[in-house]
Design a protein. Sequence first.
Length: 232
Amino acid sequence: MKRAERLIALSEMLRRSGARGISAERLAREFAVSVRTVKRDLDSLENSGAPLWSRPGPGGGYGMASGASLPPVTLSPAQAVALMAAVSAAADAPYADLAAAGVQKILDVLDPRTRARADELARRVWVNAPALSSRATKSALEEAMAEQRVVRIRHTSKAGSTTVRDVEPVLFASTNGQWYLVGWCRMREAIRWFTVSRIEQATVTKTACSGHTISEVGEPPANAKPVHGLDE
C-alpha cells in the first residue's frame, strides 16, 4: 500500500475507533509497518489539519476528535474507480441516480493527477449494465418510499397477469439479481413482493401510509442486511 493510500485508510480507521481510540502498535500490525512509521503518519495527518487526539499510558492510543470537522478526504485512483464501478454495476438499485450524482461531485474535486489516473484505470473496468425500468417509474417508487406515501402501480406478474394496485411501500430488497418493492398491498390486504422490472407504471398518491413496519415482512435471509454504513 502506498503512503497516500495508507494515510487515507489510517484516518478512516481512527474515525471509526470512536472514543475507544486505537494503539500505535495495533495500527502498525494492521498496515504491516513499524510503529515509528505509524507515528510519522499520524504526525502528517495532524499537520494536515486532521483533529487527532492521543491518550498516553496503558490502554491509551490515538483517535479522531468526536464531532470535529475533518479536512477534505483525498481518494486514491483505485478508491475513485471502486465508487464508479459500484454505482455503474448497480444502476437498477433504488436512488442510483442520486448515488451517481454524488460520485460525480467527488470526482469533480479530485486533483487533476488523481482524476487522470482514475480515468485511465476506469477504462479497464467493464460492467454489464442491466435493463432498467423507466426513469419515471423508478422516481415514483423512490419518492413513495422516501415520503411514505401510497403508490399506485401497474404490475405484470411472471404468469402474465396485469393488475393495478395501491401499495404502501415498506422496503426495497435485492435478491438473486432482482430488485423488489415490498409493501402492503391494499387489494390483497397483505405484504407482497413486486419485481421492480415488472412495474410498468407508478404514481405517487397523496395518501400517507398507515404505518406497516419492516417486521411484518419477516426475517431477512441470513446473507441479507440493511444498507448501513460500512462500519456497521
